[in-house]
Design a protein around this ligand. Structure first.
Ligand SMILES: Cc1cc2nc3c(=O)[nH]c(=O)nc-3n(C[C@H](O)[C@H](O)[C@H](O)COP(=O)(O)OP(=O)(O)OC[C@H]3O[C@@H](n4cnc5c(N)ncnc54)[C@H](O)[C@@H]3O)c2cc1C
Length: 303
């Protein structure tokens, strides 16, 4: 198949880009493995007109919108490789399950594949993730206001995160799960803001179907917490793009300029796979910018 643009990933970034491109009468192949990071959560917040909607509903609505345009196709598939060829790109993908392969040629490629993530104390945290425990403080802090909250993490940005959460509660404890994530200066900063620090490994998280109730530590103590936040480790998965030689930052995220252009001509990136704030509206905005810029760049190439 030959299209103007292959969009890899149908989250808010890829869907917004596909919509913008469709409205420029561009042919678009939207290739998506349907494994969004936010599938764990029931409600998403902060996206104007959709505050409180399920993120899956958002995706479904977005997909329905873009597929009303005859120049857009959508395929549930996992992109395995993107390679530059004859001034364009060839994108190889494999259907999960059947292993059927497809190949699409495009003049430009937008990478909007988001991130995958792993959680600290994962087997204990996972059952509460998306309901009692969240990762996006800007998205979910408001709904937890006034509660006894936890911040669980093992990275060196916990103090900054705790200070954002602290706006919503007077009762916040940071749990480092046996790691040395918070140094002496960090401990002092937390104390200054009235935030408790628990360094022992987490051995259990108690609760019932109404939600989380307490965190139990290796030292035998038990801290009553009705929910809070966890700081995941985020992983860009860009093996499929290795042959392109994209410039990435120290976290492996695709470096783009203000117009979503990557270091490789004809390749663009938007959403969580690029550095910056990780929110639905931000990803959708970047996808919209990418669509406008891709269209202009194709016009400049006489296409
Ligand atoms: C638990 C949780 C709750 C959140 N809550 C909120 C909230 O309330 N409000 C808010 O604004 N933000 C929230 N976020 C953040 C928000 O979900 C992300 O910032 C946003 O979804 C990023 O959009 P994206 O399009 O970049 O990537 P994604 O939405 O992650 O979509 C990427 C898509 O690319 C696909 N993909 C990946 N690799 C490939 C490949 N090789 N081939 C084909 N397809 C591929 C994936 O399957 C996925 O469908 C939350 C995140 C999480 C984890």
């Amino acid at each position: 198949m030959d299209v103007d643009v292959v969009v890899i990933g149908a989250g808010p970034a890829g869907l917004a880009a596909a919509l913008g491109l469709a409205r420029q009468q561009r042919t678009v192949a939207l290739l998506d493995s349907n494994r969004p990071r936010h599938a764990a959560t029931l409600r998403s917040h902060g996206f104007i007109t959709r505050d409180g909607s399920s993120p899956l509903e958002l995706r479904t609505l977005g997909r329905e919108e873009v597929l009303r345009y005859p120049t857009v196709t959508h395929e549930r598939t996992l992109v395995r490789q993107v390679a530059a060829i004859d001034g364009g790109f060839v994108v190889q993908a494999e259907q999960p399950g059947s292993r059927a392969e497809s190949e699409t040629r495009a003049r430009a490629v937008l990478i909007a594949t988001g991130l995958s993530e792993t959680l600290p104390a994962s087997p204990l945290v996972r059952p509460w993730y998306g309901t009692s425990l969240h990762s996006c403080m800007d998205c979910d802090g408001y709904d937890k206001r006034g509660q006894a909250l936890a911040l669980i993490g093992e990275t060196d940005d916990l103090v900054d995160r705790a200070r954002v959460i602290r706006r919503h509660t007077d009762d916040l404890a940071v749990f480092t799960n046996g790691s040395d994530a918070v140094d002496a200066a960090g401990e002092a900063a937390l104390a200054e803001h009235g935030i408790a620090l628990e360094r022992s490994p987490i051995v259990a998280i108690e609760g019932d179907r109404d939600g989380m109730r307490a965190i139990v530590l290796d030292d035998g103590s038990r801290s009553e917490r009705s929910g809070g936040f966890v700081r995941p480790w985020w992983h860009p998965q860009l093996e499929f793009a290795e042959a392109l030689g994209l410039e990435t930052d120290e976290d492996g995220l695709v470096i783009v300029d203000r117009t979503q252009r990557s270091s490789v001509e004809g390749v663009y990136a938007a959403g969580d796979i690029t550095p910056g704030f990780r929110q639905l509206a931000v990803a959708a905005g970047a996808g919209t910018i990418a669509a406008s810029v891709i269209n202009r760049d194709l016009i400049a190439r006489g296409l």
